[in-house]
Design a protein around this ligand. Sequence first.
Ligand code: G1P
Length: 291
Amino acid sequence: MKKVQKVVIPAAGLGTRFLPATKAQPKEMLPVIDTPTIQYIIEEAVNSGIKDILIITGKDKNAIEDHFDKSPTLENLLRSKGKHELLEQVKDISQLVDIYYVRQKEPRGLGDAVYRARKFIGDEPFAVMLGDDVVRSSKPCLKQMLDLYEETGGSIIGIKEVPGDQVDKYGILNAECVKDKVYRCNDLVEKPAPAEAPSRLAIMGRYIIQPQVFNILARTSAGAGGEIQLTDALKELARKDYVYGYEFEGYRYDVGDKLGYLKATVELALERPDIGEEFSTYLKNIISKIK
Ligand code: G1P
């Protein structure tokens, strides 16, 4: 069985849910505390043992490339001011992993963005991580999925159960449980109306996919929202090969959504050694005043 060594991170979306902040900067660069959201995703990939990452970018996304590049001017400045801790942090970012970029010329949907990765991936299974889905867990979410992959092969989709009135925000699985937290997926549907959803098992932005998906994506036409959907391609893949759903351990934040972004900021700040304690005292004080 071939190993999963490469990750694709689609980052070509327009970020309309975060306007006006995303008018002149990529949504992936919005910070949760002091770290751009896309860096959390890259760190999860690195902590899962991944060495090569392809980011699918689009127009006006240069800040992402600059962020993961070496920055000699900034490094010299921090060195000359004796700010060694900050210097290490800035250097770390550019040393984390090999990052490659390809552009999606038009925003035609997640399926089309992933299709741009076909030459980089070749004939290997690969992972896809969506930038809006930041996961806080003891073992990195992708690592959990890679460990399961070693046992099962096939393709694996990271899922969580969502309330019935939220199924229309997600790709939803029609699947049967085959062992604790693992489901065999028979069918998928992108953003179904609540009355039509086959379950409440929702796709949470983590995938391990077999390369046959590229042949399918090549002929997948526009689906929900008029976009080429990865979910539609996986639906076809599930008819030909094993596709599993895996309820990963950990909490997932939708940082592309205002409320999800706030929740991530508050909860991750509470865990930070530098500001957590003071922030917790502040929050308790504020909450005691809320009527
Ligand atoms: C995408 C996928 C959807 C998945 C979701 C998870 O939708 O198409 O299947 O459930 O990400 O965040 P988007 O939120 O980009 O519309």
